[in-house]
Ligand binder design. Structure first.
Ligand code: UTP
Length: 290
């Protein structure tokens, strides 16, 4: 019987340099895909998976922006109510999180994803926890984290969402050294961060969703820099493997790499088409640019 996963860490302290100047004054995670910012999709996915506590690793300036997005805005709500804008009121209501369930901590310098997760260690007790990178947006039903938590309830250990990438792109990802693969769950005997294509042990890559055992902090405590001089989360997971089994879950759904401009634009088209009351019009307009 595994302990339930009730907490999620959102490491959102990166500088989002690929989106400058859009990210000069707002965090990348506040960029919208169709009608809502990336961070809201991530919160909704976590909520659907049964998560109740939301931990943001950020910086003081972005904390204010994120806090405002998830807080009540009585003035706006009163205005919408007065005008009878019920759909808009409902949309605003979906953003509100009880303040005691929101936690913030700061990463003073972008020393790597492992370091960002380590910054949230005080909020995690003796329990497994989730990590979501909001710039990996996943269209899935049920959501990707729910799929992962359901598997975790059965097998425990450390789990990451994985997908196959073209071999020439392995240098961008954490790659599994697979010992057994049933087509859905792959168990790994090792993990390599950003290997050159010719050295990659497989093409199965980790994307931005993890369910982790709290023992990963023992390895992050050592603060060892890895690929790119950054403190890598995958190195800490790999170091845990002797005692905590690691599985990659091939989730069902479609992932959009919204940390890259191409993925961001594609996600806007895909989510926009789903949402749009004028899908045919949008499709026709988009086709003019293809
Ligand atoms: P990225 O590698 O996409 O970096 O981080 P970035 O700074 O956000 O974007 P670019 O490359 O400059 O455009 C992936 C995720 O990990 C977080 C980021 O906020 C993002 O959600 N991250 C990364 C941290 O929180 N801290 C770090 O030190 C590194």
């Amino acid at each position: 019987m595994q302990k339930p996963v009730t907490k999620v860490i959102f490491p959102v302290a990166g500088l989002g340099t690929r989106f400058l100047p859009a990210t000069k004054a707002i965090p990348k995670e506040m960029l919208p895909i169709a009608d809502r910012p990336l961070i809201q999709y991530a919160v909704e996915e976590a909520r659907e998976a049964g998560v109740t506590d939301f931990i943001f690793v950020t910086n003081p300036r972005n904390e204010k922006i994120l806090q405002a997005h998830f807080a009540d805005n009585e003035e706006l709500e009163a205005f919408l109510a007065e005008r009878g804008k019920t759909a808009e009121l409902r949309a605003v209501a979906t953003t509100v999180i009880e303040q005691s369930r929101l936690k913030f901590c700061h990463q003073d310098a972008p020393l790597g994803l492992g370091h960002a997760v380590w910054c949230a260690r005080e909020f995690i007790k003796d329990e497994p926890f989730a990590v979501i990178l909001p710039d990996d947006l996943i269209m899935a039903h049920p959501g990707c984290l729910k799929q992962m938590i359901d598997v975790h309830a059965r097998i425990g250990g450390n789990i990451a969402a994985v997908e196959d990438v073209p071999r020439e792109l392995t240098y961008r990802y954490g790659i599994l050294d697979v010992s057994h693969d049933d087509g859905k769950l792959a168990s790994a005997r090792g993990l390599v961060e950003k290997p050159d294509p010719e050295k990659a042990p497989s093409t199965l890559s980790i994307i931005g969703r993890y369910v982790l055992d709290q023992s990963v902090f023992e390895h992050l405590d050592k603060m060892q820099a890895g690929a790119g001089g950054e403190i890598q989360l995958t190195d800490a997971i790999a170091a845990s493997m002797k005692t905590v089994p690691f599985h990659g879950l091939r989730f069902e759904g479609e992932r959009f790499d919204c940390g890259s401009m191409a993925g961001f634009v594609e996600a806007n088209a895909a989510f926009g088409l789903r949402l749009s009351l004028h899908a045919e019009y949008l499709r026709e307009r988009l086709s003019r640019h293809l």
